[in-house]
Design a protein around this ligand. Structure first.
Ligand code: ADP
Ligand code: MG
Length: 244
């Protein structure tokens, strides 16, 4: 579903991603852990073309987004990236739009579905994340946990094949992380393909099929949650886990 080959990204002379290679299979949940600055966000952002890589290849559902550093056409880029939804640490909701309009803006712009279908879908997704009664309020009136659940519902509006989460609970008060993690866990149970960058080690252990430990622009170690958390091979993985 996702094939990444020798992905490279540098900002000037700083090599942020160094020849990253991995696959994600349909329905798989991958948790990405690792120290701050190791390239986790850059890796996710590259998949949805929020960053342009400087080398390597990304294929999504069999379609090449970038091949050996050359990007496909901008029309194809839009088509490929619209099969993925992304959820950010700081929610990135539009403050001047109601919750419902936050969900409906992208699908209404794309016009792939009728207005009635889009409205029905936003209602259904808000109910799914437990916010059926918040359709007409503005984001500023919501708690952080509610904002993030709106962001997850919004990311689902285009019926993505893949969801990407970049530290979805890092900006939340501890008592609000549970409600967000519950929504993500439910998506995992429904076999949504997901990559989740997280500091929540117990959540990662619990929900992920596979864990990537990123360090210094590389996937230093990957394995099942039991392998990574129970018996890490590398000293630096052990050191990181001890600090978390
Ligand atoms: P992580 O998400 O693991 O904390 P990031 O992917 O955000 O790591 O960042 C990896 C490295 O890339 C860091 O050293 C960061 O400072 C650098 N970096 C990220 N974005 C930019 C940018 N737009 N310009 C320059 N350097 C950047
Ligand atoms: Mg980050």
């Amino acid at each position: 579903m996702i094939e990444v080959r020798q992905l490279q990204k540098s900002f000037g002379s700083l090599d942020v991603l160094k020849q990253i290679t991995f696959d994600v299979t349909p329905g798989e949940v991958v948790a990405v852990i690792g120290p701050s600055g190791s390239g986790k966000s850059t890796m996710l952002r590259s998949l949805v073309h929020l960053e342009e890589v400087t080398g390597g290849s990304i294929s999504i559902c069999g379609k090449m987004l970038v091949e050996n550093g050359s990007y496909t056409s901008s029309t194809a880029i839009r088509e490929i990236t619209s099969t993925m939804g992304m959820v950010f640490q700081h929610f990135n909701l539009f403050p001047h739009l109601s919750v419902r309009d936050n969900l409906e803006l992208a699908p209404r712009t794309l016009k792939r579905e009728s207005v009635q279908q889009i409205t029905a879908k936003s209602r259904e997704l808000l109910a799914k994340v437990g916010l059926a009664d918040k359709a007409d309020v503005y984001p500023s009136t919501l708690s952080g946990g509610q904002k993030q659940r709106v962001a997850i519902a919004r990311a689902m509006m285009l019926s993505p094949d893949i969801l990407l989460f970049d530290e979805p609970t890092s900006a939340l008060d501890p008592e609000l992380t549970g409600e967000v993690l519950r929504v993500i866990r439910q998506l995992a149970e429904e076999n949504m393909t997901m990559i989740i960058v997280t500091h929540e080690m117990s959540f990662a252990r619990d929900v992920a099929d596979r864990v990537f430990f990123m360090d210094n622009g590389e996937i230093a170690e990957s394995g099942t949650p039991d392998e990574i958390f129970g018996n890490p091979k590398l000293e630096r993985t052990r050191t990181f886990l001890m600090r978390e």
